[in-house]
Design a protein around this ligand. Sequence first.
Ligand code: SF4
Length: 368
Amino acid sequence: MTSESNKYQAWTDKALANEDFSREECLEILASPEIDLLKLASAAGDVRMKTFGKKVKIHQINNVQNGLCPEDCGYCGQSKDSDLPVNKYALKPEDEIVEEARQAKERGVYRYCMVSSGTGLNDKRTDQFANIIGRIRDEVGIKTCLSAGFVEYEQAKKLKEAGLDRLNHNLNTSESHTPEVVTTHTYQDRLDTLRNSRQAGLENCSGMIAGMGESDNDVVDVVFEVRRLAVPSIPINFLVPVEGNRVYDFDQLDPIRCVRILCLFRFLNPKAEIRMGGGREGHLRGLQSLALYAANSVFVEGYLVTRGDRKNKVFRLIKDAGFEIENEEAFQIEDDEVSSKKFSIDDNPSILNPKTTKAQGCAPSTSS
Ligand code: SF4
């Protein structure tokens, strides 16, 4: 029997040995009132340090097509059912997307993530993306990730041959909670896309959106599933409750629960890139620094239709917490912009309140 004081070390050791955690252990990490948050984050931090050291990877999303989606994902402002006044546009011109990839590379962004709204790919859209990805590979030379809904095996193969590294398709929530969130497709449809892309040789990127009314067991189901699938890249989004979307009226997240969720994902996926995604600013608030002990990656400067903190503010947060920005020299920022000595008043107070209103035009989620 592990003593209370050795429990955290035992979790670190288990994670580093990549051993399974029981459901009971996961539920304890998520919800037990006995948990010491600092010890938990420190234990998860030891796992993170082993693979990633103090580095934090910076990701930035480019929404290459916005809105106009026939799916009914209740959390998404681009859904046909959402009243949110999002800026709708069809696929951006190829030259524009390639140029944005070039600019992302020049800014030091590690991976260029293209996100396109809609149910999934068809043959014409697959050819368009294959052309774009091929040009980015040949003309820019930056790693790419695509999130474009459901993907068949042959389509994934074509994208892989064009140079795509990674395909994002989030599980979002557990199998049993999925019908509460979306009715136009199933959890199995999501698993099928992840399988098709893996079989085509693409890396998977898949995570969840916490705060959509799920139970603790639902969170554990998702962490077990991404572990089973050995997903190397796991974005954890926190629902930004936006009036106008069907799924918004939940109040189940607080900074401590968000840190617990990230630590749980770290213990069960010790070598995966775990990313703090949409909603981190509003839900983690002052605990974003602590969350870096579990997560080793962040999105900067917004999500699909949600504002995020500006890049420099995120960089300062990372450095103040004693972490290092991967590829920092490429970001071309003035030293004092990330210095802890530079005082600045938050110029974006609305983001501190996760009860974002329709008038502010925000929505949750980072991807399909
Ligand atoms: S999450 Fe993706 S598939 Fe679902 S409504 Fe939004 S854009 Fe459409």
